[in-house]
Design a protein around this ligand. Structure first.
Ligand SMILES: [Zn+2]
Ligand SMILES: [Zn+2]
Length: 743
């Protein structure tokens, strides 16, 4: 153990004492509070089926009835965490420090010494968990800046918190369960870890690990799409090195739903780590398609809502949700410390198209028993009110379908099965036939129809070739391209590049989606092109041809009210969305210090009545380009950016190194220098510049510099001289490559 680590270990022990004494105070202050639901504290309700991951995994999986492990001896423990610096609550922490580790306790309601009252109104960010009064003031200023309202108007008061705490503790079971009592000692242990590897500070590549001792379960493994400056990158997946390092601990994967930002990275992950994957039929159906493309075998296990799976020490129950794809489920994970309710993408659609309601009853029952931590979707945390029901779109589509003078072309997300269903229904009612165009949409409708998620009205579908000969006002073409994607159907139709469909005067185009942030430009270019070709385009939100799949503020608050968690961690959103969601939780009545805003890679450690962030694990973005995974990094991207901005100049020359009869060889140029450029200037018109560059290269290629030992030096000289020259004459910064060969 190095001296440094030793010091950290000592420091940690000291802090542990601080933390423990704080917890002790807390425990004695809260006489009435029984422990949270513990392992085995939530009996399986009658009628719920139970599955065991152990059934066919190679490695025997421990049953949940196993007792929590005994606390390790101190020496071992300090070794275990020696590399993890722990910061005392009073230490100032730079907000941008990603590796920050903050010890944090939940002080008793009446004992908030040294913490100004206003402080409690700000969201607690783990990145600055050790909030100092001065920081609190500036944070509050931030709140005001982006809410547009004085913070006091928006945020709850201190007394509101206390009310909530009292209410919450009343809701806790009055008779502590045996396991709960036994683990009172374990209260001071932080063995339960929540490790988000993606989805925080971004909308995309969602992935969360839940770990207790030697058991890890993984929730989702999604992708995000490359930003404009990621040249040539096809996909971005989470950095899951931590999972690879701990692959023998991975008990199971759980998928919430079939969207790309939740399952897109699974083929890569399952290539490295083998464990059963549990999810609903449609999600597994979509995943299977991906795995086949990648030629990967995996153990996929279908589950239904309210079904339970035991994986290591965890018991995982599926809870039905409503979202913009069928078969979306949340997870209630019973851990030895308490229940974690993970509600990823959802909205509260009270009149869902398939009639399958969100399971409010189950969520509320879990809330009554006690939820330790709620994690929920922040995508629309900044949008007021309720998100409209998917059903509200149907009537508007029908109105358009009845009134449009000619052909209708509709686009939406291929995976939005309910929207596709409504398009089919509206077409049927308006006496129109539907042709599905484009591979993505055809595949998706085929899968959804085969699995019974999509009901195609009788004789409504026709082939794209046949629909061309039908009267225009009896036809609908359903295609992809709602995001202006380069290769998608609508984009190519708008550009006049589609083989089968040409946009004509009198066509009506319905873009039944809103652009994902970043796609606005491309969508608006497509809309322009469509108008130019004489089509009428419905694309604005005001026309009610689209509703979001994510919950707005009132729904988020309702979920918080139902689940009544002790701690709340907003997920699935950019940082500002997470902060806004944390503030919503405070409006509902949660104490600010119980709302936890984290960054990807941070580790949240939970005990029954306290939490802390101890350290960070490796996390970040891994780029997928063609067949390569992770071989494109920052350096390659920088080079690609440079190439795209300034083009490239290649200088090549050959010199001879023959030893003559004399004693010392005299190297001389025998071919070149040749200069080729791409993306730099049009060579024919700038021959003089190319000529001058050649002269410079020849002048630099003196016999001394051509000597073997100086070749590198020569290359550098040529590069820097040409670079200077080119900037002087053209103001551009191309990539310059010098190739020197010897004959
Ligand atoms: Zn999502
Ligand atoms: Zn989703």
């Amino acid at each position: 153990m190095t001296e440094n680590k030793k010091n950290e270990g000592e420091k940690k022990k000291g802090i542990d004492l601080v933390v423990r004494s704080a917890i002790d105070r807390l425990v004695s202050a809260e006489q009435d509070a029984a422990a949270m639901a513990s392992a085995g504290a939530v009996p399986a309700a009658a009628g719920r089926r139970t599955k065991t991951a152990a059934a066919s995994t190679a490695e025997p999986v421990r049953q949940q009835s196993r007792k929590p492990r005994q606390r390790k001896p101190k020496a071992a423990e300090s070794k275990e965490t020696a590399g993890s610096p722990v910061v005392a609550p009073t230490e100032v922490v730079a907000p941008e420090a990603k590796t920050v580790a903050a010890a944090k306790t939940q002080p008793p309601a009446g004992k908030k010494r040294g913490r100004p009252k206003k402080n409690a109104t700000a969201a607690t960010s783990m990145a600055s968990a050790a909030v100092q009064p001065a920081r609190a003031v500036s944070r509050k200023a931030n709140v005001r800046a982006y809410s547009g309202k004085p913070a006091d108007e928006q945020l709850p008061t201190q007394s509101f918190h206390s009310n909530f705490l009292a209410l919450h503790h009343d809701a806790a079971p009055s008779k502590p369960h045996a396991a709960a009592a036994a683990s009172k000692k374990g209260d001071r242990e932080y063995k339960l870890k929540i490790i988000p590897l993606g989805g925080l500070g971004e909308v995309g590549k969602n992935m969360t690990l839940i770990q207790y001792a030697d058991d890890i379960i993984v929730v989702d493994g999604g992708v995000s799409f490359p930003e404009n400056d990621m040249f040539g990158v096809d996909l971005v997946i989470p950095d899951y090195s931590y999972l690879i390092e701990n692959k023998d601990k991975v008990r199971a994967f759980f998928l919430t739903h079939g969207h790309e930002d939740h399952i897109g990275a699974m083929p890569y992950i399952l290539n490295d780590i083998q464990a059963p994957v549990y999810s609903a039929p449609l999600t597994l159906g979509l995943l299977r398609g991906k795995l086949n493309e990648h030629r990967i075998n995996a153990d996929l296990r279908q589950v239904a809502p309210r079904e339970e799976v035991t994986a290591g020490l965890f018991r995982v129950e599926f809870v039905r949700l409503t979202h913009s794809i069928p078969d979306t489920m949340g997870l209630a994970v019973t851990t030895p410390v308490g229940v974690i309710l993970l509600i990823s993408d959802f909205k509260m659609d009270l009149s869902p198209i398939d009639g399958k309601q969100m399971d409010f009853g189950r969520i509320s029952a879990l809330g009554e028993k006690g939820v330790l931590l709620l994690m929920s979707d922040s995508t629309n945390a900044e949008r007021e009110g309720f998100t409209g029901s998917e059903r509200s779109v149907g009537a508007n589509l029908e109105r358009i379908f009845f009134n449009a003078p000619g052909r209708i072309i509709v686009t939406t997300f291929a995976s939005h099965v309910h929207r596709v269903q409504q398009v089919m229904q509206a077409a049927f009612k308006a006496g129109r036939k539907v042709a599905v165009c484009g591979r993505g949409m055809q595949n998706m409708t085929a899968i959804a129809a085969a699995m019974g998620y999509l009901e195609v009205p009788d004789k409504t579908l026709v082939d794209i070739e046949r629909i061309q000969d039908m009267p225009a006002d009896q036809t609908v073409i359903l295609t992809t391209g709602s995001q202006g994607e380069m290769m998608a159907g609508l984009t190519r139709m708008a550009a006049g590049e589609h083989k089968q469909v040409q946009i004509r005067e009198g066509d009506t185009v319905v873009i039944s989606a809103t652009p994902i942030p970043g796609n606005d430009r491309m969508v608006s270019r497509t809309v322009d092109n469509l108008f130019r070709r004489g089509a009428y385009v419905y694309y604005e939100r005001a026309q009610h041809i689209h509703v979001s799949g994510h919950a707005s503020q009132e729904e988020l608050k309702l979920l918080l009210n139902l689940a009544k968690p002790r701690y709340f961690m907003p997920i699935h959103g950019e940082h500002h969305m997470l902060q806004k969601h944390a503030m919503l939780a405070q409006q509902v009545g949660m104490a600010a210090e119980n709302t936890i805003v984290m960054e990807n890679g941070q580790v949240l450690e939970l005990a029954r009545r306290s939490y802390r962030a101890t350290r960070s694990v490796e996390s970040g973005r891994v780029f997928v380009d063609g067949l390569g995974v992770g071989d494109v990094g920052a350096t390659v991207l920088r080079e690609r950016r440079q190439l795209s901005e300034g083009g490239v100049i290649v200088v090549s020359m050959t010199y001879s190194h023959e030893r003559g009869r004399g004693r010392s060889p005299v190297p001389k140029l025998v071919a070149g220098p040749d200069i080729l450029t791409r993306g730099f200037i049009f060579e024919k018109e700038y021959e003089h510049i190319i000529g001058e560059m050649k002269e410079k290269v020849v002048a630099l290629s003196t016999p001394e510099r051509l000597a073997d030992s100086n070749i590198n030096d020569l290359r550098n000289q040529i590069r820097s001289q040409l670079s200077k020259f080119v900037i002087e004459r053209t103001g551009r910064r191309p990539v310059i490559m010098v190739a020197v060969s010897v004959m």
